[in-house]
Ligand binder design. Structure first.
Ligand code: HEM
Length: 227
């Protein structure tokens, strides 16, 4: 088994499996965050449940963090291996002639997403860990805020136009990354040529609608807060 994951195809399969897992996470992350647009109360309730449920906190969260780190590390490994292999270049590799811009630049779109993750974790994840695990406050309440604090904290974060701009740029790169990554992951898992067209269409819809949705959430909170 470990031999399989050391082989070139094994690494691609591992990369694809972590990609599927992250694409599923992204869907549920969007489903929860879009609630903040429609109903601050429901968003607060769901956030409190997700943030305090022991199974999610101690079971799923470590798996998610492992998945994120694994995907980044494996991405770099695959890129390095590809670069080394390409030292002996293909006789017929004309870059744009036989591959897309997105597929040749997964490492760059990935690096922008990595930079976004650092910002995003500083914005949301570290403060959560601090409140719950360091200060020991699992109440979800905050002085001066009616009800749970999550919606209020989210609004505060999207006040700053520079942060909103950085998020929007990152979501555009996320779309580019997904546009190639989605179909590529299915191909690594052996998706057959017959299904290629359907997968490509689902991939395009997923890769464009989801990042656009995230952009909408960021802009909505920015403009809805400054009257
Ligand atoms: C406007 C868009 C977004 C908003 C409002 C948002 C909001 C949040 C919030 C509030 C948390 C903290 C959850 C907690 O730990 O209690 C969080 C965590 C996180 N976000 Fe986002 N997010 C957005 C977009 C994204 C995108 C596009 C990605 C991935 C590319 C992402 C990846 C993550 C990850 C990996 C975590 C840590 C997960 C955890 O353990 O909770 N987020 N986000």
């Amino acid at each position: 088994m470990s031999g399989f994951f050391k082989s070139s195809i094994g690494r691609k399969v591992a990369m694809a499996l972590s990609a599927f897992f992250l694409m599923f996470f992204l869907l549920q992350h969007f489903a929860i965050n879009i609630l903040s647009v429609f109903s601050p109360d429901i968003f607060n309730e769901v956030s409190h449940f997700m943030g305090t449920n022991p199974l999610i906190q101690y079971g799923l969260q470590p798996v998610l963090l492992f998945g994120v780190i694994f995907h980044f590390v494996m991405g770099f490994v695959l890129e390095l291996k590809n670069r080394n292999a390409r030292k002996i270049s293909y006789a017929k590799n004309k870059g744009s002639a036989n591959s897309t811009w997105m597929s040749r630049n997964m490492i760059w779109s990935g690096l922008v997403i990595l930079a976004f993750f650092i910002l995003h974790f500083i914005d949301f994840w570290f403060p959560e860990i601090n409140t719950k695990f360091i200060q020991g406050d699992w109440s979800g309440l905050h002085e001066g805020v009616d009800g749970y604090r999550y919606f209020h904290e989210l609004q505060e974060k999207f006040l700053n136009p520079v942060r909103v701009g950085a998020y929007v740029i990152a979501f555009v790169f996320l779309a580019l990354h997904l546009l190639h990554g989605f179909t590529s992951a299915f191909q690594s898992m052996g998706a057959t040529a017959g299904r290629k067209k359907i997968l490509q269409n689902i991939g395009i819809a997923y890769s464009i609608i989801l990042p656009l949705g995230f952009i909408f959430i960021a802009l909505y909170h920015h403009f809805n807060h400054i009257h």
